[in-house]
Design a protein around this ligand. Sequence first.
Ligand SMILES: [Zn+2]
Length: 468
Amino acid sequence: MTEEAPAAVCDTLIRNGYLITMDTQRAVYACGAVAINGNAIVAVGRDADIAARFRPRRVIDAKGGVIHPGFIDCHCHVAIHLSRGIIPDHPTPQAAPFSFADWTNHLEDEDEHIQAQIVGLEMLRHGYTFFLEPGTVYEPDAAAAAAESVGVRAGLADPYMWDVSGGPQSRPSTTRRIPNDAKRAFKVLGGQLARNKDPDALVRGHVAIYGACYSSESLMRAAKDCADAHGVTFTMHHNFDQDDAKIVDERYGGVHNMVYFAKRGLLGPNCLYVHMNIIRDDEIPVILDSGMSLVWQPGNSMYYKINANFKPRIPELIERGCNVAFGVDAAKIWTFGDLELLGYLDASQHGHYISAARIMEMRTVHAAHAVGLSHMIGSIESGKRADIVIRSVDVPEILPGANPIQELLLSGHRATASTVLVDGRLVFLDGRSTQVDQNTVIAAGRAMARRVLDRAGYIPRLPWTVVN
Ligand SMILES: [Zn+2]
């Protein structure tokens, strides 16, 4: 554009921030700006250059704070999010007096809605704008309405797709509301994809089964075929621990199960398998050759001491080019923003180094690829949707400001987001939701947890006497 060209009108101009674009060149602007029209980014660059080109209806001054693409969580069970603190912090599930199944068996639709709202608010505080839910919300419409109400993106799948009982004893393979049932699973398969008819939908559909342990090969194949036919992600839990891997290996003739799945055409670029704490030597090449993505949840691997008995292979796969992203999973003793640090330490403990810059890619562009939405989200580039986070500059945890990526993702992995736009809409300003009354939602979350505990007849115990 020449200097004489008249300035164009745009809806929003974000100015004066340390702009980490995550575009293909990984461009960073020490003082950058982003112009937005409607839900799309229309220009990105040096503040002085962009400001000269646009006459904005609204200016957001980042005041020198970091601007980055909205982070993407690739595996979040929103309907069990508020069971944290209720399910005891003991890593032996058999010893726990209250389980995830006890929680989900007492949920009503309203409880799922409130938890998803809490998840949305919590995400925004930590700079997240998208969660992928792996098919464990009984009423997806409740979670969809909640995500829309707080203004975050979500990916939802058909609930509890499982048709085989007998998974590991430590985790549920059935719930009271949705038992293992092949007839039902095949009937509802792909139902959530109707959300994708609207290209501007904030909440989209993908395909999930609960996991290979809990599904017949025919259900797994039908789900993969459905995802292929509709160009969406196919996700499932897989190889969480050695019990999981053993069950699936034995079911499919004793070969290591990822080798079997590769032979059967059940791996591919749209596959997103979650956990993968057990990966054997002969499974490494088939994972790499398939072009699939993995969700790494290093918290679980450490919490259950899986990594003490079986060396995690995901750091090695990251080094070899596998597309890996993070997921909160169930928020047992962590939440959004914690997994980067845990992953960094887990990798380090096992002889690998994953840089903060790589972790930034895993939270943005790699995660967008994993959820099949690279064309829309994951970077700040012209033509992409305006999912943009501005961090506060006035918090000590992200000082000194000399290496903003490392400070933001490792030492300062805190709720430091100040302002967030999703799909061009300002949904979070000065640390508060602009869409809902934050205090009302938080109070509803607290009351909801009490209701579920009342229904379940369970009182969490402290080791000390509580005086009422
Ligand atoms: Zn999970």
